[in-house]
Design a protein around this ligand. Structure first.
Ligand code: ADP
Ligand code: MG
Length: 688
């Protein structure tokens, strides 16, 4: 149960005044499901407006507030914009322009001959001054909102005015809360109190307020991760010592790299301890994490226990199951696959095998941790692509066995060191920083979109020669529908060209497809039946198709560096030379240019991750939100780098002094954990 004083903040936005079902979806899209989320929905930036007496005082491009009198309507019927010609106090004429909107609405707001206050950006259109879609139109100057107005992230179906009103409802629910930040730090940084910070952050570009809120988020995260770590240390696990008999029977067609050997050694050391392992295995795509996981699981089996491997998708689970089965064929180890799709008899028999211990290793999706699934002796859980699972979920998983199982998380996202701390807290880290030998460099080239015909030509030769290829289209959240349309159009085009005879030569995969449809398409491609996979970024994680040696990435400048690197990692998996073509649009920003150049230059994921952070972190003053590869919604990359070490130390000191969070600051810190939904940290305190 959440503390009473926080309850008003966790009321669902759907129950707010004036929020009907038509707003539910746009709000949900932005993750604004509760009042709390509205209060924390911080502006991306602010518009500064200047009130002017007439247009002579204003410059083109400026955001102004001015009194205007509508004189004439133009272009009402038919196509094209609707314009209201209006005069200022000294007779300057400006067009108020509306695109694609019912002109009746504008007519009503702007009756001829009546003075209105207009807020908007002054533009020039040919010889004419114009304001496109004024932000506000009001009969009195007071109705115009603020001269400094927040600009909120929106989704389709929401307007700035609507969002501002909703946010105000969120802010109205705030009460003062006791301070959780160490008083010395608070004073030194000149940070406002929590409630003031939220109010200020919505009012204007208040650096200290914004910083404080970011710090809160970082502190909550550090605290929670530290509580998990401590609780884990206090638990008893099962010391696992393998005698090597199964590992000796592994018939690997290659020798392990130094990095693999080192990682396996580290894991073996952890498993032998009574306190449960909490280790992250970080290694670029293709660095050979699977075999490390297998060795770890075999240690568990040698010690007489069971191991589970959790994959983020069905396809990946199946691929892992096959790979492990192949590698472990000579060991006699029983490896089962369990996904949400298994029903009836087959499922029953797997469940039986897990209970009676005849299954040594199970591979699957989260289905392997449902309540109905019981194990004889689960001692090790390996989680692939860790970042897709919440830490809370991981925690729940580790409580599944009789004793707390050891946990090995694997990720292919080479996270910079600063972010590793943020994501994984105090987990121990093993890094596969060495690629298996014989890997060919991927020939990466940047090609201007004007040369798309040449690219399609190259693709055509590649497919004709029996190769497979990926064609990646960008999919960015805000403009989802446009991007989807573009991807579908590209698919239709490529299909018309490469797959007119055989249905299914060219397949499309994107995030909005039903999972079965998506899986089926992916599987056709993985089996080599489909030759060309057109996809949005859903292929980012996982699939291993060694015969696919060509990748085209459209509008590459829109992707982040780390993301491009991950995508590119899908090729270069076989013995053939692979090629990655980065199609770029017209004008590139300096940063985009640098990103693409770096990608051409290196294939070292860790280096790219550090560079990505440098490129993205620089130069943002207000600290606009950065989602994606950090667990934070408020803190920007720059703030994370600067403030996380402070938050980390602060959290450590607090927990050292008051491990049960029962003191005055400790109680306040509990509220903070609830506020940022890291209350699993608090649950742990209660549990043990
Ligand atoms: P990851 O999961 O880290 O992306 P995988 O475990 O799928 O990488 O390994 C990628 C490929 O490299 C697989 O085909 C695997 O068999 C191979 N591989 C792994 N380790 C080695 C090694 N030491 N030498 C040669 N090939 C290896
Ligand atoms: Mg893998």
């Amino acid at each position: 149960m959440r503390p009473d004083r926080l309850n008003p903040l966790f009321v669902e936005t759907g129950s707010l005044k004036g929020v009907g079902p038509q707003l539910a979806r746009p709000l949900e899209k932005l993750g604004l499901t509760r009042v709390r989320d509205l209060a924390y929905h911080l502006p991306d930036r602010f518009v500064q407006r200047r009130a002017v007496a007439n247009l002579d005082e204003a410059a083109v491009g400026e955001n102004i507030v001015v009194a205007l009198t509508p004189a004439e309507y133009r272009g009402a019927a038919g196509r094209g914009p609707f314009r209201v010609l209006a005069a200022d106090s000294i007779g300057n004429i400006v067009a108020l322009t509306y695109f694609g909107r019912n002109s009746g609405w504008a007519r009503k707001q702007l009756p001829l001959g009546e003075t209105r206050w207009i807020a908007g950006r002054l533009d020039q259109y040919g010889q004419m001054l114009q304001i496109v879609h004024p932000d506000h139109v009001s009969g009195e100057s007071a109705g115009l909102g603020q001269l400094c107005e927040p600009v909120y992230p929106l989704s389709e179906g929401l307007t700035q005015g609507r969002m501002a009103a909703l946010v105000q409802q969120g802010l109205a629910a705030l009460t003062d809360l006791p301070e959780w930040i160490e008083p010395g730090l608070l004073g030194r940084m000149q940070w406002p109190a929590w409630r003031d910070a939220l109010l200020l952050a919505h009012r204007d570009e208040h650096r200290e307020a914004r910083e404080r809120l970011a710090y809160d988020e970082l502190l909550a995260n550090s605290l929670a991760l530290m509580l998990v770590r401590n609780a884990n240390r206090a638990r008893t696990g099962q010391p696992l010592r393998g005698d090597g008999r199964l590992r000796a029977k592994l018939a690997l067609p290659f020798g392990l790299t130094g990095a693999q050997q080192r990682s396996i050694g580290e894991i073996e050391g952890d498993l032998a301890q009574a306190s449960p392992m909490l280790r992250l295995l970080q290694g670029d795509v293709g660095s050979g994490k699977t075999v490390v996981a297998l060795e770890a699981m075999l240690i568990a089996v040698e010690a007489g226990a069971q191991a589970a491997l959790l994959a983020p998708t069905e396809i990946l689970a199946r691929q892992h199951h096959e790979t492990l089965g192949r590698m472990a064929a000579g060991t006699g180890v029983e490896i089962a696959l369990l996904t949400g799709r298994d029903k009836g008899r087959a499922r029953e028999s797997i469940l039986m095998g897990l209970v009676d211990g005849s299954i040594d290793i199970v591979v699957g999706t989260h289905a392997i941790f449902q309540d109905a699934v019981a194990y004889r002796d689960l001692a090790l859980v390996v989680i692939d692509e860790q970042h897709r699972f919440g830490v809370g979920q991981r925690l729940m998983l580790t409580q599944k066995g009789r004793r707390t199982p050891h946990c090995l998380a694997m990720t292919a996202t080479p996270i910079p060191r600063t972010l590793t701390l943020a994501q994984y807290g105090e987990m121990d880290v093993s890094r596969l920083d060495e690629m298996p030998p014989g890997r060919q460099a991927i020939d990466t080239r940047v090609v201007a979109i004007e040369r798309i015909d040449d690219v399609v030509g190259a693709l055509s030769r590649h497919l004709a020669g029996g190769g497979q290829a990926y064609w990646v289209c960008p999919m960015v959240r805000e403009s989802e529908s446009d991007d989807l349309a573009a991807a579908e159009a590209r698919f239709a085009e490529l299909k018309a060209r490469f797959g007119p005879e055989r249905e299914g030569d060219v397949v499309l995969v994107h995030g909005q497809l039903r999972p079965e449809v998506k899986d089926a398409a992916m599987e056709r491609f993985a089996r080599g039946e489909a030759r060309l996979l057109v996809a949005t970024t859903v292929i980012e994680v996982g699939v291993d198709v060694p015969d696919a040696t060509l990748m085209v990435i459209e509008q590459a400048e829109r992707f982040g560096l780390a993301q491009l690197h991950q995508l590119r990692g899908r090729v270069g998996r076989g013995s053939e030379k692979s090629v990655c073509l980065l199609l770029r649009g017209g004008a590139l920003s300096e940063t985009a240019r640098e990103r693409l150049a770096l990608l051409r230059e290196t294939q070292d994921g860790f280096r790219l991750a550090e560079e990505d952070l440098r490129l993205r972190g620089g130069g943002e003053l207000l600290g606009t939100r950065q989602s994606g590869d950090t667990p934070f919604r408020i803190a920007s990359l720059e703030q994370i780098q600067r403030l996380l070490p402070l938050a980390h130390d602060d959290a450590r000191l607090l927990i050292e002094r008051d491990g049960g969070l029962t003191g005055e600051r400790g109680e306040a810190a509990r509220l903070l954990l609830y506020l940022f939904e890291r209350d699993w940290g608090v649950q742990l305190l209660r549990g043990g």
